[in-house]
Design a protein around this ligand. Structure first.
Ligand code: G6P
Ligand code: ZN
Length: 583
């Protein structure tokens, strides 16, 4: 066994190490500065209670982006020096964010050990490579991201750090080979356990879904399928699950080899960045050469986001979570005894609200950010949740889960087509969505993003909207002057949330204008941008009349868009005559 010593390396604070909603994300060049990663990792160890470090088991892995392999070796050595008992690493350093959450919650080591936390190395849907982004975040014992109390402490520690501990004489561990390597340090044994990236996650998925019924769907000649991992870590799971377990053709997989730079692309599953999939599904400008598949889906770099498509048909994330909730009990064994409750983030459309009402389910509207769902789930109050930002998930783990969402959709398709698989016409993704609208009404929905706007101008625009919202009569005068074909504003406010579990209050979570007919305009500033400010404008209109649910959504929403832009004085404040991205 190799022996190592602990060396204390003198260091000093480096500015700007405040973790955002999903950890610390910076350019690779920032992370590779001397002591940069070390300071953050030591500050994290120092923020945790001693029992979560000394003698503990930690997971270290991520989406495989550039610099991950070096970062893993550094964290292993620092964990050893800080008295951690063992580090679990996914083979080649790969674990999706949802798989990390599953490993923390479910994996039991040969000696009965359980993990108490994880360093996840990812910058999610941001591009990777030497000139792009790297990121690190810490997840806790419940499998969810560290709460603000911990991330604040980490940040405070980065501002006062004087030294970090690192193992000396501990060689790099070969993380491409599954197996345990044992070392001996001043505090005793230290192990690095490299394990299969997919096993624990696949086992969990098999305990949630009826794989046999999905296999039958996939095997049916009427069905065809396409999955695009955008060269992110989802590829490590897609082949195992879709091809090996469910019998899909290998040609169903697009960009499913994880790459350090995501093939130079932007690993964000939306209609703009998942170009190849969008073309294959017959969407967008270019017509597909072949008949598009019946079902398509994509994931982001760390595989927690998802986009679901039907043949020539886009499912909005807000509709997706509502449809999963409406069909979960019949289609997914994990939910067969009922849903504990459902939840969405505030800017997500109210499609889920209508389902909750019909099915008499507990319902929660939380601020943007997955951590708010985690609290509800830990308290047994929520089973299914989702966000407009392409995140969907359930209480099987404490992160959103891209592959879970795809399996949920495949389960619904399998259930709806139980009787049709021998021949005859398949119930398609589009049929399911249109049927849902016919039953519950349709929430026309669009989001306008104004990226990299001057931060001061963005603040002024928000302040203007906050002020305006306090006098409804004025708001309605302005609205009436802009369009006569939109309904009256019945209510407006700045969204504030009191967590029903821990009582904490989150203020200033976006400005809402709620119309009498159920339409909504929501304005908020993004919490994930890296340059300037990003203003997001969410526009939604509810249509109950089944003869009016088939319109093009941009066309249906045009009057509200007009009102939103003029009410907010968008162009006046930002100088922008058009948004950067429309989804
Ligand atoms: C991350 C979080 C999501 C959240 C999203 C919002 O992806 O994990 O929970 O919805 O950021 O991003 P925004 O840029 O709108 O603040
Ligand atoms: Zn992600």
């Amino acid at each position: 066994m190799v022996n190592f010593k602990v060396s204390r390396v003198e260091s000093a604070p480096i500015e700007g190490q405040k973790p955002g909603t999903s950890g610390l994300r910076k350019k690779v060049k920032v992370f590779t500065q001397p002591h940069y990663l070390h300071n953050f990792v030591q500050s994290t160890f120092n923020a945790l209670s001693a029992d979560k470090v000394k003698g503990a088991t930690l997971v270290v892995s991520g989406d495989g982006r550039y610099y991950s392999k070096d970062a893993i070796q550094i964290i292993i050595k620092m964990a050893a020096a800080n008295g951690v008992r063992r580090v679990w690493v996914g083979q080649n350093g790969l674990l999706s964010t949802p798989a990390v959450s599953a490993v923390i919650r479910e994996r039991v080591g040969a000696d009965g050990s359980k993990a108490s936390g994880a360093f996840i190395l990812t910058a999610s849907h941001n591009p990777g490579g030497p000139n792009e982004d790297f990121g690190i975040k810490y997840n806790m014992e419940n499998g969810g991201p560290a709460p603000e109390g911990i991330t604040d402490k980490i940040y405070e520690n980065t501002k006062t750090i004087k030294e970090y501990l690192i193992a000396e004489g501990l060689p790099d561990v070969d993380i491409s080979v599954v197996g345990v390597t044992k070392f001996e340090g001043p505090e005793g044994q230290f192990d690095v356990d490299v394990f299969d990236s997919a096993n624990d996650y696949v086992k969990l998925m098999k305990s949630i879904f009826d794989f046999q019924s999905i296999q039958k769907l996939v095997a049916s000649p009427q069905f065809s399928f396409c999955y695009d991992a955008l060269h992110g870590v989802a590829g490590a799971y897609a082949k195992r699950i879709f091809v090996e377990e469910l019998g899909a053709q290998e040609s169903s997989l697009l960009n499913c080899v994880p790459k350090e730079d995501f093939g130079g692309g932007h690993p964000d599953p939306n209609l703009t960045y998942a170009k190849e999939l969008v073309a294959r599904m017959g969407l967008g400008k270019s017509q597909a050469e072949h008949e598009p598949p019946e079902f398509g889906a994509a994931a982001d770099g760390d595989a927690d986001r998802n986009m679901v498509l039907g043949k020539r048909f886009f499912v909005t994330p807000s509709d997706s979570v509502a449809i999963i909730a409406a069909n979960a009990v019949q289609s997914i064994p994990y939910f067969s005894s009922g849903l504990k409750g459902v939840a969405r983030s505030m800017p997500t459309s109210a499609a889920l609200d209508v389902v909750a009402k019909h099915l008499n389910l507990k319902f929660f509207e939380v601020p943007t950010g997955w951590k708010f769902f985690g609290n509800l789930m830990d308290a047994g109050m929520c089973s299914v949740c989702g966000e407009e930002s392409f995140g969907t998930g359930s209480d099987h783990i404490r992160e959103k889960d891209g592959i879970w969402a795809v399996l949920a959709w495949l389960s619904i398709l399998a259930y709806k087509n139980k009787e049709n698989l021998g021949g005859g016409k398949l119930v398609t993704v589009e049929d399911i969505v249109r049927q849902h609208w016919a039953t519950y009404g349709r929430h026309y929905y669009t989001r306008y993003d104004y990226e990299n706007v001057d931060a001061g101008a963005a603040k002024e625009l928000m302040a203007h909207l906050v002020k305006l919202q306090s006098t409804l009569a004025d708001v309605n005068d302005i609205v009436k002057g802009i369009r006569s074909d939109v309904s009256k504003v019945a209510n407006a406010d700045e969204f504030e949330y009191k967590d029903p579990v821990d009582g904490s209050i989150s203020k200033h979570q976006g400005v809402r204008y709620l119309f009498e007919d159920g339409s909504r305009l929501v304005f908020r500033l993004s919490g994930t941008g890296s340059e300037g400010a990003t203003i997001r404008l969410y526009i939604e209109q509810y249509e109950k009349d089944s003869s009016k649910i088939g319109r093009d959504s941009q066309e249906a929403l045009a009057p509200l868009v007009d009102v939103a832009l003029k009410l907010s004085k968008m162009q006046e404040f930002t100088g922008r005559s058009a948004p950067t991205v429309i989804t």
